[in-house]
Design a binder for this molecule. Structure first.
Ligand SMILES: C[S@@+](CC[C@H](N)C(=O)[O-])C[C@H]1O[C@@H](n2cnc3c(N)ncnc32)[C@H](O)[C@@H]1O
Length: 208
């Protein structure tokens, strides 16, 4: 039933606001909380195919990809409802494929401890930005910067993490993805940038 679908969208967006966005992205927390209280907006989302096509992340990224306003509720709502056909088309064509190369900071201790050189293969690589752990710089706690790169990942450790002293030697790398993004394609890069939540500055923008 439409009413139930609309209610489940409202529940999903409220849960996203409270449990995922609030701590890291006040802008997204506000927008998704307001969507959850807006039956007309929820009905539009509910008419999309169920599951990942109704994701809050996907909707918010689609609006930003199209250049819509997203910092305040009223202009966001007006613009999104006015341009719903375009927003809907992006949501149907695209997927949430956030590439988070900062994750390399947590993989590096293991990769650096293995016998070198390494061959890397990543399933679900998106644009492949996590396939280049040797091309970023890292700083663990207050230690020295490891590596020489335009992007440095700061990582705080707990317990007795075996911290690396050298970058891994990668001899071969490959990514597999259902829908690989091309980091040399301007639209794909714009989509990747649209997926970075406002406030999540620790997700580095791609320097491609
Ligand atoms: C959230 S992104 C993560 C990208 C990257 N691993 C990272 O951590 O930055 C997940 C990726 O997995 C891909 N994916 C999902 N299911 C897959 C499957 N069964 N086989 C291959 N890729 C898949 C998606 O297309 C998407 O690009």
């Amino acid at each position: 039933m439409v009413v139930n679908n609309t209610q489940s969208v409202a529940d999903r967006y409220r849960e996203f606001s409270e449990q995922q966005a609030r701590a890291v992205s006040p802008v997204y927390a506000e927008l998704t909380a307001r969507i959850s209280e807006d039956p007309d907006f929820c009905a539009l989302v509910a008419a999309l195919p169920p599951g990942n096509k109704q994701q809050p992340n996907l909707l918010l990224a689609a609006v930003r990809y199209l250049g819509g306003p997203y910092e305040r509720w009223a202009p966001f709502r007006d613009w999104t409802l006015t341009h719903w056909d375009a927003v809907r088309a992006v949501m149907l064509a695209r997927f949430t494929q956030t590439n988070e190369p900062a994750r390399c900071a947590t993989l590096l201790p293991l990769l650096a401890a293995l016998p070198q050189p390494l061959a890397l293969i990543e399933v679900g690589a998106s644009a492949g930005l996590c396939l280049h752990p040797d091309r970023y710089a890292y700083r663990y706690d207050d230690g020295p910067v490891l590596g020489d790169a335009p992007v440095t990942f700061d990582c705080r450790t707990e317990g007795h993490a075996p911290l690396p002293t050298a970058l891994p030697d990668i001899a071969w790398r490959a990514g597999i993805d259902l829908n690989p993004l091309d980091p040399t394609d301007a639209d794909d890069v714009r989509w990747l940038q649209s997926l970075i939540w406002p406030g999540r500055t620790e997700r580095p923008r791609q320097q491609l």
